[in-house]
Design a protein. Structure first.
Length: 410
């Protein structure tokens, strides 16, 4: 496959996550009202999707190491299209929750395989650059999804907005069928054996390089998830921003992320992975600290959060490609399993942060901005600490790759 084709596949597979959530959100109030369901059930359509997404990767990863990336992508994308159609024709909120769960599990196949494909085709530094290109495409999808979802829901109804996910999935499936070539160099016939699987996971979890980059990726996503989960409440209900203005602000945040992926590609050839991550860590800590300190100085407005958060998002555009490619880099023969474990860790962080935000966010003025700002500050400090300690010490991309032949031994 050409480099352009690889980047296109990465863009569509990684873009499954933002389009499945961001395009869906504008339709959520209308479909909730249409089914006459409580908001708690509506939120379950998101949490069930996220849980299925995280857990399914633990299955898809070993399957892809055993049978290859192409069969897993074909199965996952076919299931995604089916689930999207099921969501469109659902007759109750309970049916919608079931189909969203299937959709999340299917989405896990695409996102997991994207990370594994990068390891199949590239060495670590080149993999980070390739991943950054795919994540630039993800940023464009994230930028377009909320306004597109709002437009479709407003003009044609929420079912058409959900049908758009089926069309996106069908386009991805068609690309895999006609243009995607298998990237796994050698299949592992014993990858699904329980003993082999446990030994492979243990091998990955004992590797300090995996933890360095997996924690970097998870912490960076934790900061973004905090912003996504709490910003609508803080900006609209506390700081008085209109819904339209909030949508525009969210789009500018996506643009900052896209800019960060371009910065990543410019820095990598000159600084290498570890120094690039270290520089981005300083940017993260600067932005996160400003987000956290300004409310304590009684500076409470939208731009006091958004402007420094741009710095966080630019750095996020560096940490994600470096972290996602670095976590699978040491495991050329078990990239699927390593990708799955990294993806599962991200889901755990998102669930934990969602629970913390739910307990600490309260209606009213005053301290209600603090769960958002303190959460971002916490993750910024965690990211910087990880970048300057674990990644700096254990994240050498030129270290000999960890082989899993010992895990396949009887």
């Amino acid at each position: 496959m050409s480099t352009g084709m690889v980047v296109l596949v990465l863009t569509l597979m990684l873009g499954l996550q933002p389009i499945t959530t961001d395009l869906y959100l504008p339709a959520l109030p209308a479909l909730t009202q249409g089914f006459g369901a409580p908001m708690s059930q509506a939120q379950l359509t998101l949490t069930a999707l996220l849980l299925a997404f995280g857990l399914s990767q633990l299955v898809w990863g070993p399957l892809s190491d055993r049978f290859g990336r192409r069969p897993v992508l074909l199965a996952g994308m076919a299931a995604y299209v089916l689930a999207s159609v099921g969501c469109t024709i659902a007759n109750s909120m309970e049916q919608l929750i079931v189909w969203r769960t299937v959709q999340g599990a299917a989405m896990g196949a695409g996102v997991m395989c994207a990370r594994a494909i990068v390891r199949d085709l590239y060495k670590p530094v080149d993999g980070a650059r390739a991943m950054s290109k795919g994540l630039s495409g993800l940023g464009v999808i994230a930028f377009l999804s909320p306004p597109l979802g709002g437009l479709l829901s407003e003009a044609f109804g929420w079912r058409v907005a959900l049908l758009a996910l089926a069309i996106f999935g069908a386009a991805g499936l068609a690309l895999i069928v006609w243009r995607f070539e298998e990237t796994l160099p050698a299949k592992n016939p014993r990858a699904l054996e329980p003993g082999t699987l446990l030994r492979t996971w243990a091998l990955i979890l004992r590797h300090p390089g995996f933890w360095a980059y997996a924690l970097l990726t998870a912490a960076s996503y934790g900061g973004l998830f905090t912003f996504l989960a709490a910003s609508s409440f803080v900006f609209i209900q506390v700081l008085g921003l209109s819904k339209t203005a909030y949508g525009l602000v969210m789009s500018t945040v996506s643009l900052a992320y896209i800019a960060g992926t371009f910065v990543c590609r410019r820095l990598l050839p000159h600084l290498g992975v570890r120094r690039t991550v270290a520089v981005a860590g300083a940017l993260t800590l600067t932005g996160g600290t400003l987000v956290g300190v300004l409310p304590l100085l009684d500076v409470r407005n939208v731009w006091a959060v958004v402007l420094p958060f741009y710095l966080f998002m630019i750095a996020h555009g560096v940490h994600q490609p470096c972290g996602q490619s670095g976590a699978v880099g040491p495991f050329p023969q078990a990239a699927g399993a390593a990708s799955a474990l990294s993806g599962f860790l991200i889901t755990v962080v998102a669930f934990a942060m969602g629970g913390w935000l739910g307990r600490h966010m309260q209606m009213g003025d005053g301290g209600s901005v603090l769960p958002l700002t303190n959460g971002i500050w916490f993750w910024a400090a965690t990211i910087a600490l990880t970048a300057w300690t674990l990644v700096w010490r254990f994240g050498e991309p030129n270290a000999p790759p960890q082989r899993v032949t010992e895990a396949a031994a009887p």
